[in-house]
Design a protein. Structure first.
Length: 69
């Protein structure tokens, strides 16, 4: 997942299924301003399906759909 931070931020990443169940351990990163790429399924632990990825940082919450085929 690619995203851009305009300032340094502590970023929390949460991956849920479409029912809202947590499917991957919550991750936290301290990142500098700039472009970032976080790999969400590097171990192949997520099965085929549709997931919601939530990014939270500096009071901002972002959600994106992730489809694994």
């Amino acid at each position: 997942m690619n995203f851009v931070l305009s300032n340094q931020a502590d970023v929390k990443v949460i991956v849920m299924d479409v029912a809202g169940k947590l499917v991957s351990p919550e991750r936290a990163y301290s990142l500098a301003a700039g472009n970032h790429n976080i790999t969400l399924n590097e171990n192949g632990t997520l099965n085929k399906g549709i997931y919601i990825v939530s990014l939270e940082y500096n009071g901002t919450k972002l959600a994106r759909k992730l489809i694994i085929e």
